[in-house]
Ligand binder design. Structure first.
Ligand code: MG
Length: 233
């Protein structure tokens, strides 16, 4: 007996269906190997510095204070400056990082089988906070154009999750009542908060939730077979 009975299911892309964190980590490891300037700097130091700077820049981007070109430039420029490396190299670093990052894209464990099975039984779509150029490359590479009825990218809508506008837009596209839409995502703010505020059902891809976290969405799962079972597959 399935517990969730949605009429439309949206999925988040990064770190829900595709393993962005691992691709980012591997891409940064390749950047670390690429520049001899890093020989005295550990990979961990590079990763920690990059994450700290990138997170701040994404917050600025989310508030509309900077555009993506500035974000792309500053994330390596400021990382290199912080690590005492010639900042003239930042442009090359940004380019090689994107090439390396793309080489490491892969599905989250169990997500491919679950997504494909769910897409056969339900109408599905994708909502992603990301840059259109990069996200469309992922969408093509993994065949989402063939299976997803609607693909919503924050850069094209003009706002990021969890802002209501992107959920309202997606609700309209789905063409069903809000409470018949299920959102599957990993982020407590972008996905869980955004989806619940929109009046959607939410399935949170999350390991070891606290007692409070477990009560927030309609489902918390860390194994895609659990999601399939709840959907009667
Ligand atoms: Mg995500």
């Amino acid at each position: 007996m399935s517990v969730l009975t949605p009429e439309f299911i949206y999925f988040d892309l990064d770190d829900t269906l595709l393993n962005h964190k691992k691709a980012e980590q591997n891409g940064l490891a390749d950047v670390h190997d690429h520049f001899e300037e890093f020989s005295d700097i550990s990979l961990k130091t590079l990763v920690d510095t990059y994450h700290h700077i990138n997170k701040g820049l994404w917050e600025e981007y989310g508030r509309g204070e900077i555009d993506r070109h500035i974000l792309h430039r500053r994330r390596f420029e400021e990382t290199f400056r912080e690590l005492g490396i010639r900042t003239e190299l930042y442009e090359e670093a940004g380019k090689v990082y994107m090439q390396y990052y793309r080489n490491h894209w892969e599905w989250i464990d169990g997500a491919e089988e679950a997504y494909q099975s769910i897409a056969q039984k339900y109408e599905v779509g994708i909502i992603t906070n990301g840059f259109a150029e990069t996200q469309w490359m992922k969408i093509d590479q993994f065949g989402f154009r063939e299976t997803a009825r609607h693909i919503v990218i924050s850069e094209e809508v003009g706002v990021m999750k969890p802002q209501p506008k992107i959920f309202d837009h997606s609700t309209e596209l789905a063409g069903v009542d809000r409470d018949k839409i299920l959102y599957v995502g990993d982020s407590p703010t972008s996905d869980v908060k955004g989806g619940l505020n929109a009046g959607w059902m939410v399935a949170w891809y999350k390991s070891n939730p606290t007692e409070l976290e477990a009560t927030l969405p309609d489902l918390v799962f860390d194994d895609f077979s659990v999601l399939m079972k709840e959907l009667g597959i």
